[in-house]
Design a protein around this ligand. Structure first.
Ligand SMILES: [Mg+2]
Length: 278
């Protein structure tokens, strides 16, 4: 017996959906604040989508993408500024101070979290329903990951709280399969995908290690979000897990530095990740 079990985060480890979420956010922002986009040309829009890649590590929940789009617009267009923070603000400063900036702009823009979550979800749903192939192609798997999954000799589970999954499951989860199949050429049985609604990641990891068939396996958890790994470390019951932070995902230089100082966390590069799965 023996062997390895890999629990893998989806977004930021296997799949880069930043293009999709940024474009969805711009679509949603145009619906929510149409007048702000008067005089916004395609090059400014491209600049915004570009900056969204830099800012992706701060996004915890999808609707925050919408806030970032508007804040970036305020950065570039002083005439539409309604927040007190935009003056002199830089992309770098947003990256470093997002948790402080977010409540301020929410209040000053008079926005409601639930309404924005709802709008963001609807815009993505519409995109998927009207143009599924366009939606799929706005996502990409990281280089080498598709092959690594296809030829993996380890047991692979996907553990994600990704925003994508609530509405994927609304469509009977066949779109999760669609992304994996269309983009990666991989079929992962649905019972091996733990998405939103299956509980926090720490609970999923406990469930996986409690399965008798996993008793003799070495357990590995690969994640791109440092805060999530720290939550796992806090749980003594999860001491069996080897923990990895994927450098290629949505984390900042500062977070990678911090992770390096935590002995429980192994830093992982993309080529080594692919090799490990095989
Ligand atoms: Mg992730």
């Amino acid at each position: 017996m023996g062997g390895d079990l890999y629990a893998l985060d989806f977004d930021g480890v296997l799949c880069d959906s930043c293009g999709e979420s940024s474009l969805s956010a711009v679509k949603a922002a145009k619906i929510r604040w149409p007048s702000l986009f008067d005089g916004v040309d395609s090059s400014l829009e491209e600049w915004i989508v570009d900056q969204m890649h830099t800012l992706r590590p701060v996004v915890e929940t999808g609707y925050e993408n919408l806030l970032l789009v508007r804040l970036l617009l305020e950065l570039q267009m002083p005439s539409i500024r309604k927040s007190s923070v935009a003056d002199g603000l830089t992309v770098e400063a947003i990256l470093n101070n997002w948790s402080q900036l977010k409540p301020i702009i929410m209040k000053e823009w008079n926005e409601d979290r639930d309404a924005l979550i709802d709008l963001f979800g609807r815009v993505r749903d519409d995109w998927m329903q009207n143009d599924l192939s366009g939606w799929i192609s706005a996502n990409r798997f990281y280089p080498g990951v598709a092959d690594a999954l296809r030829f993996a000799s380890s047991q692979v589970y996907i553990v994600t709280t990704k925003q994508m999954f609530p509405f994927l499951f609304k469509f009977q989860s066949r779109f999760a399969d669609a992304l994996l199949r269309e983009l990666a050429g991989v079929t992962i049985p649905s019972e091996r995908i733990y998405g939103l609604g299956t509980g926090p990641k720490v609970e999923v990891l406990k469930k996986l290690q409690a399965m008798p068939e996993h008793d003799s396996l070495t357990l590995h958890f690969v994640e791109d979000r440092l805060a999530t790994l720290k939550n796992v470390i806090k749980e003594p019951a999860l001491d069996r897990w080897n923990l990895y932070l994927g450098r290629w995902g949505y984390n900042t230089e500062k977070e990678r530095k911090e992770a390096q100082s935590i002995s429980r966390i192994h830093m992982l590069d993309l080529p080594d990740f692919s090799k490990k799965l095989k």
